[in-house]
Design a protein around this ligand. Structure first.
Ligand code: 13P
Ligand code: SF4
Length: 377
């Protein structure tokens, strides 16, 4: 059975007589461990399990590879495995399908694992924005860049118009690539990553106009758009917006000498006060490379922060959450051990559940945009 959940992606939730998910959901987390391990063993080299750093401990421990969005997309592009089980969110699985070779199949254990930021830009809104910029005679000079956290249709839109995809680890390189080819950038959908990157390159805040997809002409005057170097889509990550500049002040007062490291999806005011910014992979590296005795306050998703705290305690490094309460990505959390066991045991039985498959018409240009990203590294 094929269920179409959006314009560009076909998903087959179940094929054949798949084991019922309900039977798994009724069981406790820990009872899945042995079953996952056994299924994993039986699948052998045919299957690769990718885990994003925000995944729960009970799930990520089974990953063959862990990483940030960039690293995982690179692995997906290179693996010989027939099946890629993606423990992450929808846009990551879509990108793996675009980058994978013909015949490879990508599985997302829970189809509800989306990304609220990616949902803030719909392809029809992006097309309307482009038409408005064209009416103002600006589109010829604009290179569209989309953050990995977007639909395959938006990636294809950027690829077809001479643009590319970037992640938090190569956003600056993507901006440099774009400025070598055009006068300005349309950046989708995370205004914060775009602003932080532009500012670090010397672009003034007033040269970055925010495009509100719900406003008339993006809520901007023609002259503001014409004077801008970057047009920032009005999108954000709710998880990272919870970190505030006051959290940085408070933690510095409480822990003198603390190193504040944050993800660039955090607001500009927080990033300005931080000691370093980085993708999830980069944040881990910073802690790894620090001398014993260092205390860190980390501004990113709580599962990663807690894992860092446990892993580095023995080395005498202290890792705290920048926000006392910790911020959870509820969609990443959707991938449970039960969903993983369900997907793997079905695969053992020869049934592919929750396949993520990008339409051929979208795939070509999305691949162009992703390949350009992989080329800049
Ligand atoms: P990374 O590419 O840094 O892992 O970020 C992905 C993401 O969704 C952060 O919210
Ligand atoms: Fe999306 Fe934010 Fe979750 Fe990352 S942390 S997947 S940007 S909602």
């Amino acid at each position: 059975m094929n269920l179409i959940i959006d314009e560009e992606t076909a998903v087959s939730p179940e094929t054949g007589n798949a084991c019922s998910l309900e039977n798994y959901l009724a069981l406790p987390d820990h009872s899945m461990d042995e079953r996952i391990a056994k299924a994993r063993e039986r699948l052998g080299a045919s299957t690769i399990l990718l885990g994003h750093h925000y995944q729960r401990d009970e799930v990520i421990r089974f990953a063959d590879f862990t990483g940030d969005s960039y690293k995982l997309s690179k692995i997906a592009a290179e693996t010989e495995a027939d099946f890629i089980v993606f423990c992450g969110v929808h846009f990551m699985a879509e990108s793996a399908d675009v980058l994978g070779r013909d015949g490879q199949q990508v599985i997302l254990p829970d189809l509800n694992a989306g990304c609220s930021m990616a949902d803030m830009a719909e392809i029809s809104q992006v097309e309307a924005c482009w038409e408005a910029l064209t009416r103002l005679h600006l589109s010829d000079e604009i290179v569209p860049i989309t953050y990995m956290n977007s639909t395959a249709a938006i990636k294809a839109f950027c690829g077809e118009r001479g643009g590319l995809v970037c992640t938090s680890s190569n956003c600056r390189a993507a901006f440099e690539w774009a400025f070598a080819r055009g006068k300005r950038i349309l950046f989708l959908p995370d205004q914060h990553l775009g602003r932080n990157t532009g500012f670090a390159m010397g672009i003034k805040l007033e040269q970055m106009a925010v495009w509100d997809p719900w406003g008339l002409q993006g809520g901007q005057s023609a002259s503001t758009l014409a004077d801008s170097r970057i047009v920032l889509w009005k999108g954000h990550c709710a998880v990272h917006q919870r970190f505030l500049p006051s959290h940085v002040d408070e933690i510095r007062a409480k822990h003198p000498g603390v190193q504040v490291i944050v993800h660039p999806e955090c607001r500009w005011e927080v990033c300005q006060k931080a000691d370093a910014l980085g993708s999830t992979e980069r944040l881990i590296k910073i802690v790894e490379e620090a001398p014993a005795g260092t205390t860190f306050a980390v501004g990113t998703e709580i599962h990663l922060v807690n894992r860092l705290a446990r892993r580095f305690a023995a080395e005498g490094k202290r890792v705290l959450s920048l926000d006392d309460h910790g911020c959870l990505c509820t969609t990443m959390y959707r991938i449970s051990p039960q969903h993983l066991a369900w997907a793997l045991e079905n695969l053992v039985e020869g049934r592919v559940v929750n396949r993520i498959k990008v339409r051929a018409s979208v795939k070509h240009w999305a691949r162009v945009a992703l390949d350009r990203m992989l080329e800049i590294g």
